[in-house]
Design a protein around this ligand. Structure first.
Ligand SMILES: Nc1ncnc2c1ncn2[C@@H]1O[C@H](COP(=O)(O)OP(=O)(O)O)[C@@H](O)[C@H]1O
Ligand SMILES: [Mg+2]
Length: 360
């Protein structure tokens, strides 16, 4: 069984490698820097090379091609590829500012009624759209299917403001001030499939943290109806260390299905710093966990640098591929992966494999 799973994973990784092998030459630290202005000064200065998007200066959104991916992948029972294609090329009907949150986070409604969250490149250094896309790619590489599908797509400023919903007009000055547009008037951002209903699962309240710390530690037993959710939370805390997302417990970032049975891994636009050890905040929560998913551990063990590099790209309309993460960011990610595996190994040494790898 384990051999069959390993073979399936290997086949999948090979397919990824072949599909994206042409992208390897694009990867590099310099290119990565171009993707991330990062500060208000950078936002105000001459647009970097990223913004010279080779496309007619149309007023409608420019469509980039989605990178190829496994056709069988699904999100909430729908083909991830279909969801991504729809976001990539759908006609935008209206745009609203999302309430709450510290970033420019918008909700796009397409003509067919489907929706996407849209985070453009912005002066807030804590919201970097390519990282939202990188988190999605990483989740797929690890076989986690709880990150909403993401594509990179540009929107022209005229379209953005023409289609801004009247209720969001008071936010217009802030959107204009903080969104970074290129010399053609376009902004590049991450579109994430809009999950129709989400609820705060209260996993970040003091009481919530207390409860799950007991359940995911070796001392407590998980109520049967909470097993799936706890398995997802355990995997999320590993995933957060890998992407170095220290923002998870800052409020409003632990959302899930209203029935409380599924956790969505949302708001991943801040992370992937070139920190080989991982943020102390990620470790603060991960240290509470001593129960993990066997499949995730196998995926972590199987994650190879070349497959990661090949997958961490997005495609422009002209077919050229752009890196989502710099070489340094990828190396740091792999180092954090090693540390995550050491953490799990230590738990196995102390408590035994059968008590630690308790989730599927
Ligand atoms: N893909 C999505 N599906 C459904 N709701 C979303 C989605 N993305 C964002 N939201 C909603 O918008 C809010 C703000 O988005 P978030 O990604 O957390 O950005 P911020 O960086 O502003 O916190 C979320 O708390 C959630 O309610
Ligand atoms: Mg948030």
């Amino acid at each position: 069984m384990a051999a069959a799973a390993a073979a399936t994973r290997l086949r999948w990784l090979c397919a990824q490698l072949v599909m994206f092998s042409g992208a390897l030459g694009w990867l590099g630290y310099q290119a990565g820097l171009q993707l991330e202005p990062g500060t208000a000064q950078a936002a105000a200065s001459t647009p970097p090379a990223l913004y010279s998007i080779a496309a007619p200066a149309a007023r409608t959104a420019q469509v980039e091609r989605a990178p190829a991916s496994d056709e069988r992948e699904t999100f909430l029972g729908m083909s991830s590829e279909r969801l991504r294609q729809r976001m990539q090329s759908g006609q935008i009907r209206s745009i609203k500012k999302n309430r709450g949150g510290s970033s420019i986070s918008l909700r796009i409604e397409f003509s067919d009624g489907s929706r996407a969250a849209f985070k453009p490149i912005q002066s807030n250094p804590q919201t970097v759209p390519r990282k939202e896309a990188a988190a999605y790619v990483l989740s797929r590489l690890l076989g986690l299917n709880l990150v909403s599908p993401v594509v990179m797509r540009t929107v022209h400023r005229d379209e953005l403001f023409e289609k801004l919903d009247p209720a969001s007009l008071p936010s217009r000055p802030r959107i204009e001030r903080e969104t970074v547009f290129d010399e053609h008037g376009k902004t590049l951002g991450a579109f994430s499939y809009w999950i129709p209903r989400v609820a705060d699962l209260r996993l970040d309240t003091t009481a919530g943290i207390h409860r799950w710390t007991e359940w995911l530690g070796q001392g407590g037993s998980i109520p049967p109806e909470k097993t799936l959710l706890m398995s997802q939370l355990s995997s999320l805390l590993i995933f957060d260390l890998l992407q170095n997302n220290s923002d998870r417990f800052s409020g409003g970032n632990l959302l899930g299905a209203p029935d409380g049975k599924t956790l969505y891994f949302m708001d991943n636009a801040f992370g992937f710093q070139a920190d080989p050890e991982g943020h102390t905040r990620c470790w603060f929560y991960l240290h509470r966990v001593q129960k993990f998913s066997l499949r995730l551990v196998q995926a972590l063990e199987g994650l190879r640098a070349d497959a990661l590099a090949a997958a961490m790209v997005w495609s422009r309309a002209d077919g050229s591929q752009q890196p989502l993460l710099t070489d340094e960011e990828q190396a740091a990610l792999l180092s954090r992966r090693d540390r995550a595996l050491s953490h799990i190994d230590q738990a196995i040494t102390m408590y035994g494999r059968e008590n630690v790898l308790v989730f599927d």
